[in-house]
Write a protein that binds this ligand. Structure first.
Ligand code: HEC
Length: 117
């Protein structure tokens, strides 16, 4: 009986974790976005968001690139982007093709929390 209860608990835990993990991930998570930013974006954008290379926009600028909607930002991050006359393009997914749509919404949440305004 003891064993059975333990086994039930294990199965229940796995089931709950299996149901909850994707749910927890479906809302944009700025904390996860922070890790993604430091791994895949900070080399060009700088940990302060000011842009570490020429041609990289300052995320802190008022009415800057972060005044676009999430949908616009997600599209540009996903597919890459080069504005008119820009010396350097934003590579698709920052060059990290393993980033998922969820990762990109997490990183946008982080950009807004950390830099916007
Ligand atoms: C290799 C350098 C590089 C990396 C890595 C990089 N970016 Fe960029 N990013 C740029 C450059 C350059 C621009 C400006 C492009 C332009 O305006 O032509 C840019 C522009 C942007 C913009 C503004 C787009 C707009 O609407 O004007 C956002 C948002 C952005 N990057 C997010 C990210 C995120 C998030 C990551 C990480 C997943 C990332 N970038 C990784 C170089 C980079």
């Amino acid at each position: 009986m003891r064993f059975q209860n333990g086994f039930f608990l294990l199965v229940a835990t796995v089931a709950v974790a299996g149901i909850c993990v994707p749910r927890a991930g479906s809302a944009a998570d700025a904390k996860k976005g922070e890790a993604i930013y430091s791994q895949s974006c900070a080399a060009c954008h700088g940990s302060d968001g000011k842009g570490a290379l020429p041609g990289v926009p300052d995320f802190n600028a008022k009415k800057g690139v972060l005044s676009s909607t999430d949908a616009v930002l997600a599209e540009r991050i996903t597919n890459g982007y080069q504005s008119k006359g820009s010396a350097m393009a934003m590579p698709a997914k920052g060059g990290n093709s393993s980033l998922t749509a969820q990762d990109i919404s997490d990183v946008i949440a982080y950009l807004r929390q950390r830099f916007a305004g």
